[in-house]
Design a binder for this molecule. Structure first.
Ligand code: KIV
Length: 262
């Protein structure tokens, strides 16, 4: 039984949302098939300049916090946790040690940023009981060599991406995440693979979609990427609430009798 089914088999597109801690996982869990503890937390939560700065300890602590929210649920989303930069690239053995730490913290599967160089690592992990999702296309941990956050796979680079996706699936990846690639390319990778694709900025034909929860809620700082749709403006709502509290404290309106013990 595969961990996740393709849309063509189940008739359902997969919903993947990020959560970095217990509180957000409580909100996200009822709506998601997959919760991704993404290394995007480095930028979104901690203001780091890129995901390159995220440590394995940060990912372990987040995974544990999110797993605590899922514990009482009967229907649990798949808990997918990113292997951070520097925790898996040296060797398959290094990747296994890092993945084992995350599985012990509550992850059901790990995600790594792939490319041809990672195919053997995916095979090594898959054969040793670690379900792996391969992240292809725009791989943010490689921002220093990609020259920025740019769409990937245009022109002949598209053939390389198809080859990489096929190789990762053949090596045992249970899913392939495609970030910032042209929609027609993602569609042809999706129909070529027997495992599901999850897209972010990869068009509507992937088997599932993922967004950073804080981005779609309008909570993240900075300019959102082209593929982000904002479904709420929680940042604005929070500002309004906090400013009302500050005004009422300063004016003496809070606390009123209703909020005091007699
Ligand atoms: O770290 C993350 O949140 C991710 C998504 C952007 C896919 O990898």
């Amino acid at each position: 039984m595969p961990l996740l089914e393709k849309h063509a088999v189940s008739g359902q597109r997969l919903v993947c949302l990020t959560a970095y801690n217990y509180l957000s996982a409580l909100r996200v869990a009822p709506h998601a098939d997959i919760i991704l503890v993404g290394d995007s937390q480095g930028m979104v939560l901690h203001g780091l300049p890129s995901t390159v700065h995220v440590s394995l300890e940060m990912m372990r602590a987040s995974a544990e916090s999110v797993a605590r929210a899922l514990l009482p649920l009967n229907k649990k989303p798949l808990l997918l946790v990113d292997l951070p930069f520097g925790s898996y690239e040296e060797s398959p053995a290094q990747a296994f040690a890092s993945a084992a730490l995350l599985l012990k913290a509550g992850a059901a599967a790990v995600k790594l940023e792939g490319g041809a160089a990672m195919v053997e690592t995916v095979r090594f992990l898959s054969q040793r009981g670690v379900p792996v999702c391969a992240h292809l296309g725009l791989t943010p941990q490689h921002v220093n060599s990609l020259g920025g956050y740019k769409v990937q796979g245009r022109g002949t680079a598209g053939d390389l991406l198809v080859a990489d996706a096929t190789a990762h699936a053949a090596a045992g990846a249970f899913a392939v995440l495609l970030e910032a690639v042209p929609a027609p390319l993602a569609a042809s990778i999706t129909s070529a693979l027997l495992v599901p694709t999850i897209g972010i900025g990869a068009g509507k034909d992937c088997d599932g979609q993922v967004l950073v929860t804080e981005d779609l809620l309008g909570l993240s700082a900075g300019k959102p990427a082209k593929f982000v749709k904002r479904y709420a403006e929680l940042g604005r709502d929070i500002d309004t609430a906090l400013s009302a509290f500050a005004d009422e404290v300063r004016s003496g309106a809070y606390p009123s009798a209703a909020h005091c013990y007699s």
